[in-house]
Design a protein around this ligand. Structure first.
Ligand SMILES: Cc1cc2nc3c(=O)[nH]c(=O)nc-3n(C[C@H](O)[C@H](O)[C@H](O)COP(=O)(O)OP(=O)(O)OC[C@H]3O[C@@H](n4cnc5c(N)ncnc54)[C@H](O)[C@@H]3O)c2cc1C
Length: 468
């Protein structure tokens, strides 16, 4: 029978399927900065199935500053879930106690035992080598085909914020001053700036929003020295330090040292904070310069012989000096589909040892929110990034404030306040509670270490998505 013109022909071919809506996981994500925050963001997104992740790093390769870092349980929880803790743990030292001592006399002000950290929080508190932390995250990233590294690529500026983020990158072939460069014009659906305390993205975002975002000097600087085991092993007092599972602080007016073993107890890592007096002439663009050993010895000349001997082991030229910098709290971390991560939005003084941990928590939360985006509309992505900001801002502000407060307490000079502090240190020795050094205080540890930012975000996402 002939088919009538107005009759639909019967066909065995199904009607063409409607094009599938783009998946959030297929959005192009640009990350600026391959520091702790940027690397962890790339890895966390890849683990959530994101397929098109581009990481732009100014340096031509990853050269991590050889120094120690504390790996607190809230950080270890995330590293475990991202599958990169095992490699770090192999060389880490599990911390079970801390001793806080008067810098001048070496008299112990308090001693906090923390044998149950692993049991209480499900993860240990360790110290490790920065290179092993960053290296393990990087190695895990290399196993993810969805992550593409662009080294020697400096982010310059965002040229359009929406609907896609358009931005320029200067690419150079090598670190040589006369190396050829080319300008790349890139785009992304999501732009995540983990470009550190000097973040260009932050400056541009704040200028666009009409806010100031200048970096401020804290008036403080830090020395970092690393002492090989061979130098310490002939001295029983020093051997006890490097063989311990202990973080030791020596404190004095406006200054202190914090020290712990790293790298399977083959290196004793010491890091100080002191007034930035020897640093005035340092160019503002640098964080890390080689410091003078003589200046360092001078700054701590009234500290006890043990600290003097430890400092004296460091060869001239191997004293590392950092300028500690901050900026005022920002009104927002998110603009359109761009968000700031880590030191770009919440740089901190190091006294709680949570800077990298906070950057990596940010990364984990970013992955939680973006993977739950119901669609790829820029307004949806912005809403998800606002949830990230909501989940992170209060906590990081609290930790940044606590670190500053702890520094002021540790650095008290002769005064009634110092007497009261030392009385509290003595009392904490008996009770084990309310330690004036907030890093060592069990109540503060509980607040920091029990925080499971990934679970909280997963639990709260739907409710927040309705109201933000
Ligand atoms: C003395 C001291 C001790 C510390 N101790 C600890 C500790 O024990 N535990 C802890 O958790 N934290 C510690 N921290 C803090 C921690 O190091 C930082 O908070 C953390 O590294 C921040 O990570 P980030 O990814 O935000 O920034 P960064 O690690 O600074 O990374 C930023 C990256 O962005 C790149 N970049 C910058 N601009 C551009 C651009 N325009 N284009 C492309 N790439 C760019 C940089 O090259 C860099 O690789 C300490 C800090 C100091 C100063």
């Amino acid at each position: 029978m002939a088919v009538q013109a107005d009759q639909a022909p019967q066909t065995s071919t199904p009607a063409a399927a409607a094009p599938e809506a783009p998946r959030p996981q297929d959005m192009r994500v640009a990350i600026i900065g391959a520091g702790m925050g940027g690397l962890a963001t790339a890895l966390a997104l890849a683990k959530k199935g994101f397929s098109d992740i581009h990481l732009y790093e100014n340096a031509t390769g990853l050269g991590f500053v050889g120094a120690g870092i504390q790996l607190a349980p809230n950080l270890v929880r995330i590293l475990t879930r991202l599958g990169c803790w095992e490699a770090i743990e192999k060389e880490a030292t599990e911390i079970r106690e801390t001793s806080i001592r008067d810098g001048a006399s070496d008299a112990e002000l308090t001693h906090v035992h923390m044998p149950n950290i692993r049991k209480m929080y499900g993860y240990p508190h360790c110290t490790g080598h920065r290179a092993s932390l960053a290296g393990a995250i990087y190695d895990a990233c290399l196993k993810e085909p969805s992550i593409k590294f662009h080294f020697g690529c400096t982010f310059e500026e965002v040229t359009e914020w929406t609907p896609k983020v358009a931005f320029t990158i200067t690419k150079r072939e090598s670190n040589a001053p006369d190396a050829p460069t080319e300008t790349l014009r890139e785009t992304a659906d999501v732009f995540l700036a983990a470009d550190g305390v000097k973040s260009k993205t932050r400056t541009q975002m704040m200028a666009t929003l009409g806010h100031e975002a200048s970096v401020e000097d804290t008036g403080q600087a830090a020395y970092r020295i690393m002492i090989p085991r061979e130098k310490m092993e002939h001295d029983p007092e020093m051997l006890a330090l490097i063989d311990s599972n202990q973080v030791t602080r020596w404190i004095g007016a406006k200054r202190h040292w914090i020290a712990y073993p790293v790298h399977n107890k083959t290196i004793y890592n010491m890091s100080s904070t002191q007034p930035d007096e020897n640093f005035a002439a340092a160019p503002s663009a640098t964080y890390t310069t080689t410091g003078s050993k003589a200046d360092m010895m001078g700054v701590f000349s009234d500290f006890c012989p043990l600290v003097q001997r430890l400092m004296d082991f460091v060869p001239e030229g191997e004293v590392c000096e950092w300028k500690l910098r901050m900026h005022k709290p920002l009104p927002t971390w998110v603009y359109e589909t761009t968000a700031l991560i880590g030191d770009a939005c919440h740089p901190t003084l190091p006294h709680l040892n949570q800077g990298a941990a906070m950057a990596i928590e940010d990364a984990a939360v970013i992955a939680e929110v973006l993977s739950r985006a119901p669609d790829t509309d820029p307004a949806t992505i912005q809403r998800c990034l606002k949830i990230y900001e909501f989940m992170r801002k209060k906590r990081t502000t609290t930790l940044v404030d606590l670190a500053a407060f702890s520094g002021r307490t540790l650095h008290l000079g002769d005064s009634k306040a110092k007497e009261e502090r030392d009385r509290m240190f003595a009392a904490s020795k008996q009770s084990g509670a309310n330690v004036p050094d907030k890093w060592a205080s069990p109540d503060v540890q509980k607040m920091i270490y029990s925080h499971d930012c990934m679970k909280l975000t997963a639990d709260m996402f739907d409710g927040l998505y309705e109201i933000l």
